[in-house]
Design a protein around this ligand. Structure first.
Ligand code: ZN
Length: 388
């Protein structure tokens, strides 16, 4: 199979590309990037004039365990069809239910799905089940065993450290998560938001390469903290190699918090959606909507693209994706930067099961541009879900 994507503005931060170029894909890989590549040897040619061509997008935080976790969505429907060719599932499964996630979902989806094992062996079976309230649900040996057996797709450990998820156990759960991650040679992603232990103390425990998600949430202990301690600790963490991730979610993103953080010089390392069943119909919808929100906040298109290609690939330790370098995986996305009037919400105005969190109504903004999806190429083939 060979595809030629012609005449689009190619943005590939890894190679420093930002200009009108053609991209040829052959045998599942990127075969050539250049100007005026002949269409003769390609079976399909796509005219991308006036459009943006980027490496297949990577979403560093989703919930893809459809049918096994009450958060689970179908990644081919919600991610791949919107230009996201690789996702990282953030702790939907733990050691106990990972084999089911692997055989029934990961091995069968067209989307490339990688996973972080939840440090709780139950994973996120129920909504707000508080999987870390009882440390008997943690099993270091079993977790490490699953991690080592599935090293090709388990990249580390997830720990949700809000009061709802871990109560007073946040520090202990994080200590065990780091131990497990070290044993399997992976990284730790922590969920923050209304945590029992102050966020700077949790972030201090992290190692370079570890990830903080929901970094721009708007709860009282988040980046809106009046003494800017949280913003400062995140900036310091980022300078020592810790990944500051968005993880939009139902309540993990606030325009006010993000605006404040950006004005203090704290930019996300990676932009992810935290797409799950409770936000796929809004306020998240898809990764492109989250990316568009950061363009609205003043980041450039290429700054936003790098945070959904180059940086998540680096975080995941994968050099064959997140770039259109010749020989890379044939994953490519064609986007359109639309002008108009678009409405974005940061979170829902009400939520039913957020436990003791203070839930303030969300904010709505009107933006004059947005990124929209045009075409997905996965493993060198144009993705056509309508074909059998
Ligand atoms: Zn999540």
């Amino acid at each position: 199979m060979s595809v030629l994507v012609k005449g689009g503005t190619v943005i590939d931060p890894v190679q420093g590309l930002n200009g009108v170029l053609d991209v040829a894909l052959r045998d599942g890989k990127v075969a050539e990037v250049g100007s005026s590549i002949s269409a003769n040897s390609s079976e399909e040619v796509f005219d991308a004039s006036g459009l943006i061509v980027v490496p297949g997008l990577i979403d560093l935080h989703v919930h893809a365990f459809w049918g096994g976790s009450t958060y689970g969505i179908d990644s081919d429907v919600s991610s791949l069809s919107q230009g996201v060719t690789t996702v990282l599932d953030a702790g939907s499964a733990g050691a106990w239910n990972f084999p089911s996630f692997r055989s029934h979902i990961i091995n069968k989806n067209r989307t490339s799905i990688y996973a972080l094992l939840n440090i709780s062996t139950t994973g996120m079976v129920f909504r707000n089940d508080g999987e870390l309230h009882d440390l008997r649900w943690l099993d270091l040996n079993h977790t490490v065993e699953q991690g080592l057996q599935n090293k090709d797709c388990i990249l580390g450990i997830k720990a949700r450290l809000g009061r709802v998820q871990s109560g007073k156990n946040d520090k202990e759960a994080l200590k065990i998560s780091i131990e497990a991650a070290e044993a399997i040679g992976g990284f730790v992603m922590i969920h923050i938001g209304n945590s029992n232990t102050p966020i700077p103390q949790l972030i201090d425990m992290l190692r370079p390469g570890d990830v903080v998600t929901h970094s721009f949430h708007g709860f009282g202990d988040g980046t809106l903290d009046s003494n800017v301690d949280v913003i400062q600790s995140m900036k310091e963490a980022q300078s020592r190699g810790i990944v500051i991730d968005v993880g939009h979610g139902s309540g993990g993103f606030s325009f006010t918090a993000a605006e404040r953080a950006l004005s203090e010089g704290l930019f996300p390392t990676t932009i992810s959606s935290d797409l799950h069943i409770n936000n796929v119909t809004g306020p998240v919808f898809d990764l492109l909507t989250t990316m568009s929100k950061f363009i609205h906040l003043g980041m450039s298109v290429s700054e936003v693209i790098s945070r959904c290609t180059q940086f998540p690939a680096e975080t995941m330790g994968l050099s064959n994706i997140g770039t259109l370098m010749v020989g890379s995986n044939g994953d490519l996305t064609v986007l359109k930067l639309e002008d108009g009037q678009f409405t974005f919400h940061d979170r829902l105005s009400t939520a039913t099961s957020i436990g003791p969190n203070t839930w303030t109504p969300g904010m709505t903004v009107t933006s004059n541009s947005r990124l929209s999806h045009v075409l997905t190429v996965k493993d060198g083939e144009i993705y056509k879900p309508w074909l059998p």
